[in-house]
Ligand binder design. Structure first.
Ligand code: ZN
Length: 333
């Protein structure tokens, strides 16, 4: 039987410090979206009514039953349109659910990492993609714990198109920049964002492995000070299992495999980089908490770094609201 742990009204004293018996039971109601009755309660402090639904992440949704399948589809390398076709709902429904999943996933990961201690070593690399067209590349730094492939953080930043360009491509770039202005390169800001996550999560000394890009060493020392140990490996080495950077190379290859928008030569390319960022938040939670480290093991990356006690089904990850930070309803142990 469901027992509320606190009053859902954030300004009520029974939200922060719920005393035993702060609520009385107040019957049931039958929502349109569920077959079983939902219990109602009344808070003794603020007098407001609430129900079990007030604690659910899917409160207010007309079709909460598509959520778990929607999460699965978001990491099954299909576009949002195809997800809508498979789920037999409108494209707009999937677009809204995508935004909801991303917000929830970001909160879920942040709540699990609050107070967590992950000793490392960590690995970092940037994968490249683009938004809308090839003249608008983006960089995607990905930071993982090496042994478990736990994704600690990802970010997305714009890049200016560089590298070998044909005269025609140079002309196209000049035209593009005349229209949109010179594109900033924000690799530094994006890498800074993911490495900053280590400040609260990793106890010193923090070992980071990466290729020899000097930016990583500079930012690591800037953010983590003397407790920072940087180990570099040549990026040109063969990218097989014997490569010391295999875990991060493999993680990035898997992200390209899971997310249709990260595939090479795809029709599902990202139109706006904030959507890529949202999609990465969803993939991060699924990969960390729902999927085994490999296809053969049932142990998830989050279990391996002791951030979660067991593997969670997508339904469990999406069950309870996560927007109250540490006061969010707990998952079943
Ligand atoms: Zn209350």
């Amino acid at each position: 039987m469901f027992v509320p742990v606190r009053c859902p009204q954030t300004e009520c004293p029974a939200h922060r410090r719920p005393e035993p018996g702060f609520f009385v039971r107040d019957g049931f109601y039958r929502p349109l979206c569920r077959s079983h009755p939902v219990p109602r309660f009344r808070c003794r402090f603020c007098g407001r009514g609430f129900s079990r639904q007030s604690f659910r992440a899917d409160r207010g949704q007309k079709k909460p039953f598509i959520n778990a399948a929607c999460l699965d589809l978001m990491v099954a390398c299909v576009g949002l349109r195809q997800a809508a076709r498979v789920l037999r709902v409108a494209r707009r429904t999937v677009e809204r659910r995508f935004a909801w999943l991303a917000r929830h996933a970001a909160d879920f990961q942040a709540n699990r990492l609050a107070g967590a201690r992950i000793p490392g070593p960590f690995q970092l690399d940037e994968l490249e993609s683009f938004e809308a067209n090839r003249y608008q590349p983006v960089t995607v730094p990905v930071l993982i714990e090496r042994a478990s492939l736990f994704i600690v953080a990802t970010a997305v930043g714009p890049l200016r198109r560089k590298g070998r360009l044909t005269p025609r491509q140079l002309l196209r770039r000049a035209e593009h920049e005349a229209l949109h202005g010179r594109r900033p390169s924000e690799s530094r800001r994006a890498v800074h964002e993911v490495l900053s996550r280590l400040r609260t999560v990793a106890p010193a000394p923090v070992v980071l492995e990466s290729d020899q890009k000097p930016l990583y060493g500079r930012l690591g020392r800037e953010i983590l000070g003397n407790g920072f140990v940087w180990r570099t490996h040549p990026a040109a080495a063969r990218r097989d299992r014997r490569n010391p950077l295999f875990p991060i190379n493999h993680t990035n290859a898997r992200l390209r495999h899971f997310l249709a928008r990260l595939r090479r030569r795809t029709w599902c390319v990202t139109k706006k980089r904030v959507r890529l960022r949202a999609h990465l938040a969803i993939a991060t939670v699924w990969s960390n908490f729902c999927r085994g480290v490999t296809n053969r093991t049932g142990t998830t990356p989050a279990q391996a770094v002791a951030v979660a006690p067991r593997r969670y089904r997508p339904e469990e990850v999406l069950a309870w609201r996560q927007d109250w930070g540490p006061l969010s309803p707990p998952l079943r142990p």
